[in-house]
Ligand binder design. Structure first.
Ligand SMILES: O=P(O)(O)OC[C@H]1O[C@H](OP(=O)(O)OP(=O)(O)O)[C@H](O)[C@@H]1O
Ligand SMILES: O=C(O)c1cc(=O)[nH]c(=O)[nH]1
Length: 215
């Protein structure tokens, strides 16, 4: 594991973004851990989060035209990533996000910000079963745009609709590349190095045996 990944796990733990317990997921699965990006809830947290995302994008060297953050938690992620790309990489990238419910007055519609055109880089917090990404794809395709890549904080490496991981399915179905700052094996090796975290390690491993891609 790389140092920035350890730093990211510790950043998430320190803000209680990464928590252990019992959580119901969008997929209906009950998980012993949860990543709640909404708890990066101060200006300095968001600025730091944006730097992690911008650095990951810079490293991946994927070309794109517009950043897209799916509602809701993708919205501040896209915003802070755009700011970090401008501040730290001299890249002035347009960004866009959606409303979960279309607006019927004023400018109307369900997209806010830049037009969703060209090569789209989608940024979000996690992928579990891939539902959120598939919903976003409908928006992207409806605009005639192309999904060039997806960047998330945590790849939970869970099965999607079949035996492949949700991410492998997304890559296959949309001919795109998914990158993450950390993935489940990084979290497991971090927990394994911390004796006081042993009780969480067992629960996370048991969950992986049930829903993980290698189960
Ligand atoms: O891969 P999936 O199984 O779709 O799960 C992951 C998605 O679930 C959450 O979004 P959600 O729409 O629940 O909530 P939000 O409005 O808080 O972003 C999360 O932010 C991801 O977008
Ligand atoms: O699958 C989900 O719903 C989910 C998992 C997770 O770790 N964090 C989150 O916000 N949603």
């Amino acid at each position: 594991m790389k140092q920035f990944q350890i730093d990211f796990i510790e950043f998430a733990l320190s803000r209680q973004v990464l928590k252990f317990g019992s959580f119901t997921l969008k997929s209906g699965r009950t998980s012993p851990y949860f990543f709640n990006a909404g708890l990066f809830n101060t200006g300095s947290d968001l600025a730091k989060l944006g730097r992690f995302y911008a650095a990951a994008l810079h490293d991946a060297a994927l070309e794109f035209d517009v950043l897209f953050g799916p509602a809701y938690k993708g919205i501040p992620i896209a915003t802070t990533t755009a700011v970090a790309l401008a501040d730290h990489y001299n890249l002035d990238v347009p960004y866009c996000f959606n409303r979960k419910e279309a607006k019927t007055h004023g400018e109307g519609g369900n997209l806010v910000g830049s037009p969703l055109k060209g090569r789209i880089m989608l940024v979000d917090d996690v992928i579990t079963a891939g539902t959120a990404i598939r919903e976003s794809m409908q928006l992207i395709q409806a605009q005639g745009a192309e999904l060039t890549g997806v960047l998330i904080a945590l790849d939970r490496q869970e099965r999607g609709q079949g035996e492949l991981s949700a991410i492998q399915e997304v890559e296959r179905d949309f001919n795109t590349k998914v990158i993450s700052i950390i993935s489940l094996p990084d979290l497991i090796s971090y927990l394994a190095d911390k004796p006081d975290m042993a009780k969480h390690l067992d629960a996370v491993k048991a969950y992986r045996a049930q829903y993980g891609v290698n189960a």
